[in-house]
Design a protein around this ligand. Structure first.
Ligand code: RAT
Ligand code: ZN
Length: 417
């Protein structure tokens, strides 16, 4: 293998970063078998909750009026406010333009109906294949909730695990964050639980988790938490983690993913778009990693202010894998900042990004934008090495990118392919 010259280095890294097949380890996408749960197309893209909250900044419209409109009307409203009346420079708005461009549309025409009509001719299967090919995505991890009646039926009918490109993750927010609701859901599913924390309740909740992990072949157990999550605390959350979740994860040998730092519904009128970020306590993760050295934890946090400390913590615990630039951090400036100090503190032993896509075509922009940044930050480091006489080969660049975009995740799971 010949050395890459300094002048070719950046271009080579960028090309490889843009083309490396990716495992997207946290999304809200579904396989086609899940029917209407899989969102795609122009109107879904424009009514993405990230764009809804941006639109309201330009409008005096009643929230209730917006929610009473059809999806198509909502999309037209957002298109006018964020794309025609103002320039689409925010990350989510620019992302929509990136999608149009990569799908081969004439972006300069600004003719929404043309784009709609072109996509309406496609089948969902065609679109899934096309988008995965354009975005270079090989494997997608879904977010799966057995308390969702529509989703539950798909799993119960045995169709949930047919497309080998899609993997499940069992999401358990209600068990930790809304126990009364979880109790009634569990009871209606036939589990003998009660609000009181009895031995029988613990046993039955463990049975629920095990049965669903097995049914879904879930890669990990996942939860989002508010920033005031404390551990250990002697509260419901600590008990649920210690007596139910960790034992099940250990028995079935899967990681526990914690996404910490969300404050739900600060503006309930915005519905899904009304959530906020909040500062978190990194020492809760520290306590978990220390107490359970055999348990793997996948962790991301929502506040920018927590990122450096969390990255340092990953130096201390090999059972901690930090991942992604989550939600409000999934903007170019933050991805750049975080990727840079994560590389500087951990080398390539982290998962720099996940997409969090809710609408299928978003894979295109979320990954294109991030791949470029990851490639560029990596190129800076290789250039520095090159100046000292350490020349990375193309094979080594591919290895490093493959670690970050694929293998670190699978290796951490103990399921390297
Ligand atoms: O990023 C998002 O779309 C959020 O609404 C959340 O779903 C968040 O990613 C989560 O998984 O809780
Ligand atoms: Zn998410």
């Amino acid at each position: 293998q010949t050395d890459i010259s300094l002048s070719d280095l950046r271009e080579t890294v960028e090309r490889l970063a843009l083309n490396m097949p990716v495992t997207d380890m946290h999304t809200h996408l579904y396989a086609p078998e899940f029917g209407n749960l899989l969102l795609w197309g122009i109107d879904e893209l424009l009514t993405y909750h990230y764009l809804i909250s941006e639109s309201f900044r330009w409008s005096e419209e009643e929230y209730s009026h917006f929610w009473s409109m059809s999806k198509r009307e909502q999309a037209d409203w957002i298109w006018k406010l964020l794309f025609l009346d103002h320039s689409p420079v925010s990350e989510a708005a620019t992302g929509f333009i990136t999608i149009l461009k990569r799908l081969g549309f004439d972006v300069s025409s600004r003719n929404l109906d043309d784009y709609r009509q072109a996509l309406e001719k496609r089948t969902v299967h065609e679109q899934v294949d096309t988008v995965m090919q354009i975005a270079g995505i090989e494997k997608i991890v879904m977010t799966n909730d057995p308390f969702d009646p529509v989703e539950r039926l798909v799993w119960q009918s045995g169709k949930g695990k047919t497309d080998p490109r899609f993997y499940a993750a069992l999401r358990v927010d209600a068990l930790l964050g809304d126990w009364p609701h979880a109790v009634s859901e569990l009871q209606s599913l036939g589990y003998d639980v009660q609000a009181e924390w009895t031995e029988r309740t613990k046993e039955e909740t463990r049975r629920f988790l095990s049965e669903w992990i097995i049914r879904m072949d879930a890669l990990y157990l996942a939860v989002s938490m508010p920033g005031d999550f404390k551990y250990p605390a002697g509260d419901h959350r600590s008990k649920m983690i210690d007596e139910v979740m960790i034992p099940v994860c250990q028995e079935l040998n899967i990681p526990f993913a914690l996404m910490i730092g969300v404050r739900r519904k600060v503006n309930p009128s915005l519905r899904l778009a009304g959530d906020m970020s909040m500062l978190s306590d990194v020492s809760a993760v520290e306590a978990l990693c220390r107490r359970y050295p055999e348990q793997k934890f996948l962790v991301t946090m929502l506040a920018r202010e927590n990122q450096h400390e969390l990255t340092v913590l990953a130096r201390k615990f090999r059972n901690l894998m930090i991942f992604g630039c989550w939600w409000f951090l999934h903007i170019e400036s933050m991805v750049e900042e975080m990727t840079r100090f994560r590389l500087e503190l951990l080398g390539t032993s982290m998962i720099p990004q996940h997409s969090d896509c809710r609408v299928f075509e978003q894979l295109i922009y979320k990954w294109e934008h991030s791949r470029r940044i990851i490639g560029n930050v990596l190129a800076d480091k290789y250039e520095k090495l090159h100046q000292s006489g350490w020349n990375v080969t193309e094979e080594e660049i591919k290895r490093d990118l493959n670690d970050m975009l694929n293998r670190n995740f699978w290796r951490f799971l103990g399921k390297e392919q």
